[in-house]
Design a protein around this ligand. Structure first.
Ligand SMILES: Cc1cc2nc3c(=O)[nH]c(=O)nc-3n(C[C@H](O)[C@H](O)[C@H](O)COP(=O)(O)OP(=O)(O)OC[C@H]3O[C@@H](n4cnc5c(N)ncnc54)[C@H](O)[C@@H]3O)c2cc1C
Length: 429
């Protein structure tokens, strides 16, 4: 926040400050310092780096914040979750925030729906910082449109046999387990019949068809296009009820919408700080560029919009805290599209204010601009979020008193028209 944040309690504000302090002093140091950020961007990271990262996050209680402590979560709130994600995006990188975000929403789903085997074998170790998680949702023919997923799992004795492909999967090569939706019954496009499986990273039959690391931003996660070829999964690795995972997934996405938007905003705040400081020091025509109104108004607009986005996000998080993980779909969708579009707008505007040097690695702004770009469709495209908003917004905006018959006939009855209506107007032919 640039202005005072009256939407947070003083305990929540202290939590955010404590997160930033811990991240700066104990997490993003040594092996995980600023040089490591550049290595990630060059795809020169290692599994050891990610093991160290998740270990530090587990030991500092950043993983699975809303999950109770008995499963190694922090027993905290959704508001704390988004504040922690903001802090990671601000202090670290988007990909660090992404791996921890997975522990928040995958962790929550495992806690809500996982059996004892899943919570003991995967959830608790993940939140302790011992396991790297990978979310394998997107397929070549279904990204946004998850209900048309083509990956199948068929029951064979006491095992599921998984076949299909997943692409753009972060942490594909490092994942100790994959959180994987698949079709176990029903027809293409049905929401019923979708199940969630936890698949071990070293399961036989997993192949990496293509490395997808060298992309626009969001690098250093060893992302890949994967094939699951007769991969056998123990039946106890089914999350919740067979064929009933659609609601688990939409609930999970409801939380993910907030974390993805919040960590991208945290990163864009870092870019804004750098750009604002730069403009106070960069002299053009004998005055700092911050003295040009076009520049300082641009900073004013970004500061204002950033605060608006944080407030939207906190409001949605609080609704989830008060009314459960399924609540606040419209408010969450507002926070997601506005937050993610804005994070990209801010990072891009910051490059503009800094000029040519902003496109180099001298400052992290250009990396942030590339990193946050994917946030506009990751976990829910802005267009889809707006569709969710309009659906509920129309209901709220609806006024039964509104006279629809007047629409299109607004000129009717106006005295100076002498009884004519628009349709009866003068013939201009
Ligand atoms: C950096 C990065 C990291 C990723 N990490 C992961 C990961 O770890 N795990 C994973 O499972 N996936 C991951 N993905 C995939 C990501 O989730 C998908 O790219 C995203 O869901 C969109 O799917 P798609 O690319 O197939 O695009 P499509 O679904 O084909 O959509 C393309 C565009 O069409 C438009 N559109 C689609 N549907 C609608 C609609 N209903 N209304 C209006 N417009 C619409 C939007 O403009 C959208 O951006 C990652 C992608 C990137 C780029």
């Amino acid at each position: 926040m640039i202005g005072e944040d009256t939407s947070l309690t003083s305990a929540e504000q202290e939590f955010l400050s404590a997160c930033i302090e811990t991240l700066e002093q104990e997490v993003f140091v040594d092996q995980l310092d600023a040089e490591h950020f550049q290595e990630l961007d060059r795809n020169e990271e290692s599994r050891a780096d990610w093991e160290e990262y998740v270990s530090r996050m587990g030991s500092h209680d950043f993983a699975g914040i809303t999950v109770p402590e008995e499963y190694n979560g922090a027993g905290g709130t959704v508001v704390e979750t988004v504040l922690a994600e903001q802090a990671i995006g601000y202090c670290g990188t988007i990909v660090h925030a992404c791996q921890t975000s997975l522990t928040q929403h995958v962790g929550r789903t495992l806690y809500e729906h996982g059996n004892d085997h899943l919570t003991e074998t995967y959830l608790a170790p993940m939140l302790e910082g011992e396991l790297i998680v990978s979310q394998a949702y997107t397929e070549p023919s279904s990204g946004t449109d998850l209900a048309h997923l083509e990956t199948t799992a068929d029951k064979d004795g006491d095992e599921w046999v998984v076949n299909g492909q997943k692409r753009f999967i972060d942490f594909a090569r490092y994942g100790d387990f994959y959180f994987l939706p698949c079709r176990t019954s029903g027809a293409d496009g049905d929401r019923e019949g979708v199940s969630l499986l936890v698949v071990d990273g070293d399961a036989h039959g997993i192949e990496f068809l293509e490395s997808q690391s060298d992309w626009h931003g969001f690098r250093g996660t060893a992302a890949a296009w994967m094939e699951f070829d007769d991969v056998r999964v123990p039946e106890e690795n089914l999350v919740g009820e067979e064929g009933a995972a659609w609601s688990y997934i939409t609930d999970e996405l409801n939380l993910e919408h907030l974390t993805v938007a919040r960590y991208c905003l945290g990163a864009s705040q870092r870019a804004l700080e750098i750009a604002a400081n730069y403009t106070e020091n960069r002299v053009v025509n004998e005055r700092p560029t911050s003295r040009y109104q076009a520049v300082n108004h641009s900073v004013a607009e970004m500061a204002t919009k950033l605060d608006a986005a944080y407030l939207l996000n906190t409001r949605a998080a609080r609704i989830l805290d008060e009314r459960g993980i399924s609540a606040g779909r419209m408010e969450g969708a507002m926070a997601k599209w506005y937050g993610n579009d804005l994070a990209h707008e801010i990072a891009d505007t910051c490059i503009q204010l800094v000029g040519g040097i902003g496109t180099t690695t001298s400052y992290p702004i250009e990396r942030i601009q590339r990193d946050v770009r994917a946030g506009r469709f990751l976990g829910g495209a802005s267009e889809v979020m707006k569709s969710v908003v309009q659906h509920d917004a129309y209901r709220v905006l609806e006024d039964e008193e509104f006279d629809g018959s007047y629409v299109g006939n607004e000129l009717e009855g106006l005295p100076w028209l002498d009884g004519r209506t628009r349709t009866e107007g003068p013939d201009h032919d």
